[in-house]
Write a protein that binds this ligand. Structure first.
Ligand code: HEM
Length: 177
């Protein structure tokens, strides 16, 4: 999440763009002039849960193909979010991709979709916004000598970011002494 547009850093510490209240209110907008585009992107490209195996309870169809009851389907969210037909340069951290009017935001599926989509999505988004906002406001994030890890993630049941070192330098907010 410390990757900034085009591989640089996101660092808002000390800029005052996120206000100075102890708690960042949700309606507050990020400096890219749209509601926190970092949040969709923080899950874009590398969804936390890349593979989910639901099972059909009754006969159905998918893309015109019949699916028998009891079939285990494995939708690949990772592949969907890296589909080059929908996303330009899906491997690159580009939060501004969500700002343009025609942005394919509905193709972003970190929380799944349909009847079984994640019921915790609202809470997760709110938490991400508040905690990420606070961290970015209060600290300047400086990478260790090894630099930042790539954006691919370590495969497993959940897709994890490989370990890396980061220094969190407290920032002086404008107006505070
Ligand atoms: C960044 C955080 C989170 C991510 C990326 C995430 C992602 C997902 C995904 C992809 C699914 C499967 C959706 C599907 O099958 O189509 C799911 C299901 C679920 N999530 Fe989350 N989730 C997050 C946070 C949470 C939180 C905070 C809660 C609860 C407070 C939660 C509760 C659930 C539950 C109960 C299900 C199962 C829904 C069902 O099978 O009907 N999740 N989540």
């Amino acid at each position: 999440m410390v990757w900034g547009p085009r591989g640089g850093f996101v660092s808002l510490g000390g800029s005052g763009v996120l206000g100075s209240h102890p708690v960042i209110p949700l309606p507050l907008r990020a400096p890219w002039d749209a509601p926190h585009p970092l949040i969709p992107h923080s899950r874009h490209g590398t969804p936390v849960l890349p593979l989910l195996p639901p099972c059909t309870l009754s006969p159905s169809s998918l893309g015109g193909l019949p699916v028998a009851a009891g079939t285990v389907l494995v939708p690949n969210l990772l592949a969907a979010q890296q589909d080059p037909d929908i996303w330009q340069h899906p491997e690159v951290f580009l939060p501004e991709r969500f700002l343009s009017p025609g942005a394919p935001s509905r193709s972003l599926l970190p929380f799944g979709c349909g009847a079984r989509s994640c019921p915790g999505e609202g809470l997760a988004r709110a938490e991400l916004f508040v905690f990420l906002g606070l961290i970015l406001r209060e600290f300047r994030l400086v990478p260790g000598p090894e630099g930042l890890p790539g954006l691919k993630g370590s495969p497993g049941t959940v897709l994890r970011c490989p370990p890396f070192r980061l220094r969190m330098v407290p920032c002086q907010l404008p107006g505070s002494s």
